[in-house]
Design a protein around this ligand. Sequence first.
Ligand SMILES: [Zn+2]
Length: 98
Amino acid sequence: MPRSNRPKRSKREEPEELNVAAVRFGSRRTEVKRGVVYIVQPTSGRNAEDDKSWICPNCHLTINQGTNHLVAWDDIRGVDTRRHFHTTCWSKFQGTLL
Ligand SMILES: [Zn+2]
């Protein structure tokens, strides 16, 4: 179990990279990486439960609640494989989800 890293950030931060495409916020899409089909869903993380934060599997840094990011999962194995990624990390990510 990952320790929950201190969430509480009073002001929400918008990473600049997000301006790039603002990624058609809210629209689910599919992407193929190394022959694996992933479902990718942009999210603000704002509907998550209080104090929720996630560890990005690409950079291993915390994604705080209220930060626009992506949730991706393996289309075959289903939502149990879903992970939260920084938007830019997802585009660099080439591995497979565990
Ligand atoms: Zn990341």
